[in-house]
Design a protein. Sequence first.
Length: 244
Amino acid sequence: NGKVTNVIFNASLYQNADGLPAGVFVVARDITELEIASEKIKGLLAEKELILKEVHHRIKNNMNTVAGIMYMQANTLKEDSAIAALNDAQSRVLSMMLLYDKLYISHNFNKLSAREYLSTLVDEIIDNFPNKGIVRIEKNIDDFILDTKKMSDLGIFINEILTNSMKYAFTGRISGIINVSALVKDNRLTISVADNGIGIPESVNIENSSSFGLQLLNMMAMSLNGGMKIERDNGTKFILEFNL
């Protein structure tokens, strides 16, 4: 009837009694239904990507709204500690918002390039501080892929340390250096955030502290199944290690 049908041919050689080639068996298989199913799956995957993209966009917009409300609320307060707490919370929200922004423009909604996300995150955090002009930022970030959950935890971790460095490390200084590195070796990631500032007092115990910031760092380290330590040599250096 002139209808075109897509088929797959399978051919195999057969031999005669003397072991010599005698012919070829050829089997033709109609793959029309298989192709229809394949196209349907492609359509469903495309629809899923659109839905995920819209979800990430809405989450980002909602976070932006929350951050805006925090900013407005902070401007109505008089107590310095309350203002600082809201500003810190806003900074944490913005770090997560950046993640969803990167996911929105990415072709992969489950994983993201660490170099792309973390490098931008560092720049945006530093840019929020009035003393940014006196601080030199050094970055050494390997290009590796992380799932969104780990990337979010890592973003919060780095945001917390950078925020505290910019707020406290260079008090009374005319210049400073912050180094951020993320290096992968043998499928193990080592994150370090170091500054050459005035340092954290020896009396501060990072594993048993009443400080919300340090408690948050420990929570993120536990969430990543990693270990965190601090070095107090010529400033402060936080080190986080976990398996990819």
